[in-house]
Design a protein. Structure first.
Length: 107
């Protein structure tokens, strides 16, 4: 996300492809990071540690990474990318709260 973008291949499969990549990557990141330090029996929407992880690894990471792109050559800041990052992270934490078992399979 913070690499200069002049040598990347042009792939145009569908409209809003860039936004889909942002959504999926932050969904996966948030899903996997939301449960850091959480034991199986502690998965609950009332657990503040899950929301702290979501805020740091989902929302804050999405905002900071997108903001830093304005300082990278051939990259630019886009408010819509930042919004989609946070949306993907939000979906990730909600799916984690519903189905945390996939994370435990990966451990």
């Amino acid at each position: 996300m913070l690499t200069p973008g002049t040598k990347l291949p042009e792939v145009d499969l569908f409209d809003f492809q860039d936004k889909a990549v942002h959504l999926i990557s932050f969904f996966v990141q948030s899903y996997l990071w939301s449960g850091i330090g959480i034991k199986r029996g502690q998965v609950s929407a009332k657990n503040t540690a899950i929301w702290r992880n979501f805020a740091v690894f989902g929302v804050l990471a999405g905002i900071i990474l997108e903001s830093l792109q304005q300082f990278i050559p051939f990259r630019s800041f886009e408010l819509m990318d930042m919004t989609v990052n946070v949306l993907g992270a939000g979906i990730g934490v909600l799916i984690y709260l519903k189905w945390p078992s996939v994370k435990y399979i990966l451990e």
